[in-house]
Design a binder for this molecule. Structure first.
Ligand code: RP5
Length: 178
């Protein structure tokens, strides 16, 4: 089963600008693994490996990919450069790094010129990028709808449990963990 999964053609590509971004996207990668979504993760830089980044994006659709998640920090041009070379949806994840801690990357990712859009999630919000990517996949494959529904159900139960505990013990005991 695991070997079959390993052979499956990736539907989602998670591209990071540097290996220093990997810890930030790791929770999202775990979610993809848990849900059994075929994915790949690559290090490609808009500035340090521009040719390889362009080649990746040019051939992404023909390799069967459906969505690209691109995470980068600082002058985060990676999502925009990839979007320039493909018509696949690109979701950008601004990474908190450098002196501006992700505000630079956020502005860089959201302020695409008209005609070449990139969807942006919040700073370091790799998990949200993955959920959005799977929502896109679910438009054409109901397999993923079940995973998304389960995830929402679990979130709902967690919040309701917390609220029940808060009502029962009051805010001071809740805060002290008693
Ligand atoms: C960006 O510059 C990367 O995405 C990373 O967030 C940041 C710093 O890169 P390293 O110097 O850690 O490789 O291109």
């Amino acid at each position: 089963m695991n070997q079959e999964k390993a052979k499956a053609r990736p539907l989602v590509s998670v591209v990071i600008g540097s290996d220093s971004d990997l810890p930030v996207v790791a929770p999202g990668l775990e979610l993809l693994e848990d849900w059994g979504v075929p994915f790949e993760v690559k290090i490609l830089s808009a500035h340090r490996t521009p040719r390889e980044a362009a080649d990746f994006a040019r051939t992404a659709a023909e390799r069967g990919l459906k969505v690209i998640i691109a995470a980068a920090g600082m002058a985060a041009h990676l999502p925009g450069v990839l979007a320039a070379y493909t018509q696949l949806p690109v979701i950008g994840v601004p990474i908190a790094s450098g002196q501006l801690q992700g505000v630079d990357a956020l502005y860089s990712i959201v302020q695409m010129p008209p005609g070449i859009p990139v969807a942006s999630v919040g700073i370091n919000a790799g998990r949200n990028a993955v959920i959005l990517a799977v929502q896109i996949l679910s438009l054409t494959d109901p397999t993923w709808q079940d995973k998304l529904e389960m995830y929402r159900k679990k979130q709902r139960e967690t919040v309701l449990d917390k609220n029940a505990r808060l009502q029962e013990c009051g805010f001071k005991a809740y805060l002290s963990g008693k």
